[in-house]
Design a protein around this ligand. Structure first.
Ligand code: ARG
Ligand code: ZN
Length: 879
C-alpha cells in the first residue's frame, strides 16, 4: 500500500495524556496503557470511529471509560484496532502482551543481550501498544517500568523519575514523567544491569543538568569521549543557535543490537555501541569522530526534532537535514573545517549521488512511500543537509540564525512542515524561496556544465552555466525545472587570485563570491580581467551538483597548489587523479597501455614535500578517489578496470615516490599521548597514508615496518591502518605478514565486539578471488550472528560493497547476497532492505552482470512473506 503526502489528513483524535505500565518479562511483557482521548477540533469527521495502530500485540483487555468492550464493539486487524463508536472525550485502556525476546526486527520493545530497550522511530511504537502512532499526535507521557530487581536494577524512560519502590517477588519499579508533549516515536524505555558515567552541565541560564551515560559494566572505560562531546554540543547549541536544554536530566544508553546509529528519544537517547563507545586502544580516529558527530546529532534533535517535530514522515528531512547540517557545522568547529567538508563531500558524491541515480531515487521531500523505514536515506539526511547549507550560504550566518530563531519560536511544541521552516527563513531574509523549493521536490543530481571565454582585447571573461537534471523514477529530464544553484567561485591569475568585478551583480573588490544560477543557461561576465584566468568553481561544494568544466591538467595543478579555497585544492587533486585513472582505463580497453602522467607524479611529490599545508589535507589530497566514486562517474561500470587501474596508479606513485613517502613518514612522529584532536588526527593520517603507499610499493622491508607498527602501536588508528595495509596488499610476499597480524589481532581483541567487527570488515573488503569463501567462513565464526546488525554490516555489508568480489562475473556474489537477504527478510526487514541496495544498482553494470543481478532480484521478489521493506526496494528496482 502506497502512502502519499497529498492524502494527509489531520488526526480525528488527540491523546492528551498517555499512562503506560510495563511488566517486563523476556517472552511475555504486559503493557497496560491508559489513554485520554478527545476528538480533534480540527478534524472534519465528528463521528469517526477510533482507529488505532497496533501490531503483534496479544490483547488481554480493552476498556472505554472503565467498561470492558464486548466483541461486537471492536475489530482487530493485523495492523490496526477499530472501536466502532466512541464518545467525544474518553479514557481508553488496553492490556496487551508482547514478546521482546523473539522481536528480532529491533523495532518496538526488544532485548539486546541482557537488557530491554526500545526503538520507536518511525513506526515502532505500534508494536508496543495500540496507539495513534503518527508524529502529529503529541501527548504527555507517564511511564512505570516494573521488572526483576537483580536482573534489571536500572529502569529508565523519558523525562524525570517521580516515584520508585520495591514489589513482591524481588521486583521493583520506577515511574517516569515527561512534562513535554511528544509523539510516540520519541518514547523510550530501557531496563538492565548497567553502569553509569555521571557528569553535569550548567546551562547558560544557570540550570544544572545531570548527564548520564549508561553502558554494560565492561564498557565503562569507553564513555569519556562521548561525555566530552555531549558537553561541547550542549555549549555549542547555546552559543550558535541560542538553544538551551529543557529537562533536569539527559541520558544516553549504549546497546549492542541496533538497526541504525542512534535515536533522539526525549531525554533518553539510545545509541548503537558503535556510535558512543570510544577509547584510544580500541577505537580509530574515524570512530572517535563518529561518536562526536552522532552524540551531537542526537542532542541537537532535542530542538530540531523534538521541541519542533514533524507533522508526518514526508517532512522527515525537516528534522534530519537540518540536524545533519547542525552536527556537521559542530564537527567543523571542533576540528578542521576543510577536512570535515572533504569528508562530507566524499559521502555525498559517492553514496548520495549514486542513490539519486538508482531506482530508489527520491526528492528530499518524497511524495510517497510504501515503508517509511526505507526513506532514512542519504538523500533525506545528507542531501537534505546540503539544501539547508545552501540556505545558509544564500542568507549568510546572521540572517540564517534569525530565520532559525523565528522557526523555533513559531513552531515550538508543534509538529511542523518543511514549508514552515522555509517560511521562517523567508521572513528573516525577505527572500523569495519559490524556485528554491525545487531542491525539495525534484529528485536527481543536477549537472552544472560550465564553459568559459576570455576576450583579451576587452579584458572580459565570461562563464556560461548550463544546468540539467537527469531522468529519475518520478520525472523525465525534460520536464524538470531549473534549480537555484549558489556557485561560490574565484578566478586564479598567474600570480594569485584576481579581483572579481561583476558589474551586473554589483560585485567588485573581492576574490571570492557567490553567484546565483537560476536559468537553464546563464552567463556571468567579469570585467577588467587582465589575463586569462583559471576559474575555481563551486568552492566548498557550494551546491550538491555535478560540476563539468573541461579543465586541463595544468589548470588542475594550478588550483591544487594555489587556490584560496582548501576544498577546491583537494577537489583539483581528485580531478587530476580521475583524469589519469580514466586515461589508464582507456589505454587498457584499446590494448595500448599508457604510462601514468608524470605531471601527476610531480604534483604528488611537491605535496609530500609541502610542510606548510595542513598534514590532514595533504593526506586527503594523496588519497586516490575511491572505486565507488570512480564507478559513480562512469557511464558503464567496469569494476575490474577501475580496480586495476586505480591500483596501478597507486603502485606507480608508490614506486616512483618511494623516497619521498619514506621521508615524510620518517619525519612525521608517531603520536604519543593519544588525543582525537585535529592536529593529532592529521599527523596519524599523513603517516598512515605514507605507510599505505610504502606497502603498496611491494618492497618487503615495508611489510616488516608495517607489521612492527601493527604490533607496537598504542592506539587503534595506527594498529588497524598497518594491518589493513598488509591485508589489502596484492603482493604474495605480504600474505604471511597479513595472516600473522590478523591472527594476533583477533587474539588480542576477541572480547571487544566492536573491534572484532573491524576485523571482520577488513577481511570481507579484500579484493581477492578467495574473499567470498572467506566471508562464508567468517559467518561460521563464533563471534558472528545474523541477529546483530553491526556484525551483518561488517561481514555481509562489507562484502556487498567490495566491488570486484561482489560483481564476480560468475554471479556468485549476487547469489550469496540474495541468499542473505532472504534470510534477513524474516529476521530483520529493515536491515534486509538496506543490505539489498548494491544489488538494485544494476543499470550501469555491463549487460552480462545486469542479467545476473536481475535474476537474483527476481528470486528475492518471488519469496513468500516478503516484508514491506524488502518488497518496496526490490519491486522499485525491477521497474
Ligand atoms: N532519528 C534517528 C537519527 O537520525 C534515526 C532513527 C532511524 N530509525 C529507523 N527506523 N530508520 O538520529
Ligand atoms: Zn537524526
Amino acid at each position: 500500500k502506497v502512502i502519499r503526502l497529498q492524502d494527509y489528513q489531520v488526526p480525528n483524535f488527540q491523546i492528551t495524556k498517555t499512562e503506560l505500565h510495563f511488566n517486563l518479562e523476556p517472552t511475555e511483557t504486559l503493557v497496560t496503557s491508559k489513554l485520554q482521548f478527545e476528538r480533534n477540533a480540527k478534524s472534519e469527521n465528528k463521528s469517526a470511529a477510533l482507529e488505532l495502530h497496533g501490531q503483534d500485540i496479544e490483547i488481554q483487555s480493552l476498556k472505554i471509560n472503565g467498561e470492558e468492550l464486548t466483541d461486537e464493539q471492536y475489530q482487530v486487524n493485523p495492523e490496526s484496532l477499530t472501536v466502532f463508536s466512541v464518545p467525544d472525550v474518553f479514557e481508553f485502556e488496553c492490556v496487551g502482551k508482547i514478546n521482546p525476546q523473539e522481536n528480532t526486527s529491533l523495532e518496538g520493545l526488544y532485548k539486546s543481550r541482557s537488557m530491554f530497550c526500545t526503538q520507536c522511530e518511525a513506526e515502532g511504537f505500534r508494536k508496543i501498544t495500540y496507539y495513534l502512532d503518527r508524529p502529529d499526535v503529541m501527548s504527555e507521557f507517564t511511564t512505570t517500568v516494573e521488572a526483576d530487581k537483580a536482573l534489571y536494577p536500572i529502569l529508565l524512560s523519558n523525562g524525570n523519575p517521580i516515584e520508585k519502590g520495591e514489589l513482591d517477588n524481588n521486583r521493583h519499579f520506577v515511574t517516569w514523567h515527561d512534562p513535554h508533549k511528544k509523539p510516540a516515536y520519541l518514547f523510550a524505555l530501557v531496563a538492565g544491569d548497567l553502569s553509569v558515567l555521571d557528569d553535569t552541565f550548567t546551562t547558560s541560564s544557570g540550570r544544572d543538568v545531570a548527564l548520564k551515560i549508561f553502558v554494560e559494566p565492561k564498557d565503562l572505560d569507553k564513555c569519556d569521549h562521548a561525555m566530552t562531546s555531549l558537553k561541547n554540543a550542549m555549549k555549542w547549541d547555546e552559543d550558535v543557535y541560542g538553544r538551551e536544554y529543557d529537562l533536569d536530566i539527559f541520558m544516553i544508553v549504549a546497546v549492542d543490537d541496533f538497526n541504525m546509529g542512534a535515536m533522539e528519544n526525549k531525554g533518553l537517547n539510545i545509541f548503537n555501541t558503535s556510535c558512543v563507545l570510544a577509547k584510544a586502544e580500541t577505537t580509530s580516529d574515524t570512530g572517535f569522530q563518529r561518536v562526536e558527530a552522532v552524540v551531537a546529532h542526537e542532542y541537537f534533535h532535542n530542538w530540531s526534532g523534538n521541541r519542533v517535530t514533524c507533522r508526518d514522515w514526508f517532512q522527515l528531512s525537516l528534522k534530519e537535514g537540518f540536524t545533519v547540517f547542525r552536527d556537521s557545522e559542530f564537527s567543523a568547529d571542533m576540528g578542521s573545517r576543510t577536512v570535515k567538508r572533504v569528508e562530507d563531500a566524499n559521502v555525498l558524491r559517492t553514496l548520495q549521488f549514486a542513490e539519486d541515480a538508482g531506482p530508489m531515487a527520491h526528492p528530499v521531500q518524497p511524495p510517497s512511500f510504501i515503508e517509511i523505514s526505507n526513506f532514512y536515506t542519504l538523500t533525506i539526511y545528507e542531501k537534505g543537509a546540503e539544501v539547508v547549507r545552501m540556505i545558509h550560504t544564500l542568507l549568510g550566518a546572521e540572517t540564517f540564525r534569525k530565520g532559525s530563531d523565528i522557526y523555533f519560536a513559531e513552531n515550538d511544541g508543534t509538529a511542523a512542515t518543511i514549508d514552515d521552516f522555509i517560511s521562517a527563513m523567508s521572513k528573516a531574509s525577505g527572500k523569495d524561496f519559490t524556485q528554491f523549493m525545487t531542491w525539495y521536490r525534484q529528485a536527481g543530481t543536477p549537472v552544472l556544465n560550465v564553459a568559459d571565454n576570455y576576450d583579451a582585447e576587452n579584458q572580459k571573461y565570461t562563464l556560461t552555466f548550463t544546468q540539467s537534471c537527469p531522468d529519475t523514477p518520478e520525472a523525465k529530464s525534460e520536464d524538470k525545472k531549473p534549480y537555484l544553484i549558489p556557485v561560490r567561485l574565484g578566478l586564479l591569475g598567474e600570480s594569485g587570485p584576481l579581483p572579481l568585478e561583476i558589474s551586473d551583480l554589483g560585485i567588485s573588490g573581492v576574490t571570492d563570491t557567490v553567484v546565483e544560477i537560476t536559468e537553464s543557461t546563464q552567463c556571468i561576465e567579469f570585467s577588467n580581467v587582465s589575463e586569462k584566468p583559471v576559474p575555481s568553481l563551486l568552492r566548498s561544494l557550494s551546491a550538491p551538483v555535478k560540476l563539468q568544466f573541461d579543465y586541463s591538467r595544468d589548470q588542475l595543478i594550478k588550483i591544487m597548489s594555489n587556490d584560496e579555497d582548501g576544498f577546491n585544492r583537494w577537489e583539483a587533486s581528485q580531478q587530476l587523479c580521475v583524469q589519469v585513472i580514466q586515461e589508464l582505463m582507456s589505454g587498457r580497453q584499446s590494448e595500448q597501455p599508457v604510462a601514468v602522467d608524470p605531471n601527476l607524479v610531480a604534483a604528488f611529490d611537491r605535496l609530500l614535500k609541502d610542510d606548510n599545508l595542513d598534514p590532514a589535507m595533504v593526506a586527503n589530497m594523496l588519497s586516490l578517489p575511491s572505486e565507488s566514486y570512480l564507478a559513480e562517474l562512469a557511464e558503464e561500470i567496469d569494476v575490474d578496470a577501475i580496480h586495476q587501474c586505480r591500483a596501478q596508479l597507486k603502485k606507480t606513485l608508490a614506486e616512483e615516490l618511494c623516497e619521498s613517502f619514506a621521508q615524510r613518514w620518517q619525519k612525521t612522529p608517531a603520536t604519543v599521548d593519544y588525543k582525537a584532536d585535529a592536529e593529532q588526527i592529521g599527523l596519524r593520517s599523513i603517516r598512515n597514508m605514507c605507510l599505505s603507499y610504502l606497502v603498496a610499493s611491494g618492497q618487503e622491508q615495508w611489510f616488516g615496518v608495517a607489521y612492527e607498527q601493527f604490533s607496537s602501536a598504542n592506539n587503534m588508528t595506527d594498529q588497524f591502518s598497518a594491518m589493513s595495509a598488509l591485508v589489502h596488499s596484492d603482493s604474495e610476499l605480504a600474505e604471511s605478514y597479513a595472516s600473522k597480524a590478523l591472527a594476533e589481532f583477533y587474539q588480542q581483541w576477541s572480547e571487544e565486539a566492536l573491534v572484532v567487527n573491524q576485523w571482520f570488515g577488513v577481511q570481507a573488503s579484500k579484493a581477492h578471488p578467495n574473499t567470498l569463501e572467506q566471508v562464508k567462513a567468517l559467518m561460521e565464526h563464533p563471534a558472528f550472528t545474523m541477529k546483530n546488525p553491526n556484525k551483518v554490516r561488517s561481514v555481509i555489508g562489507a562484502f556487498a560493497n567490495n566491488p570486484v568480489c561482489f560483481h564476480a562475473i560468475d554471479g556468485s556474489g549476487y547469489k550469496f547476497l540474495a541468499d542473505q537477504i532472504i534470510e534477513l527478510n524474516a529476521l530483520n526487514p529493515q536491515i534486509a532492505a538496506r543490505l539489498l541496495t548494491p544489488l538494485t544498482r544494476w543499470k550501469k553494470q555491463t549487460q552480462q552482470r545486469q542479467a545476473l543481478m536481475i535474476e537474483e532480484l527476481k528470486r528475492i521478489q518471488s519469496v513468500a512473506d516478503l516484508s514491506k521493506d524488502v518488497y518496496e526496494v526490490v519491486s522499485k528496482s525491477l521497474v
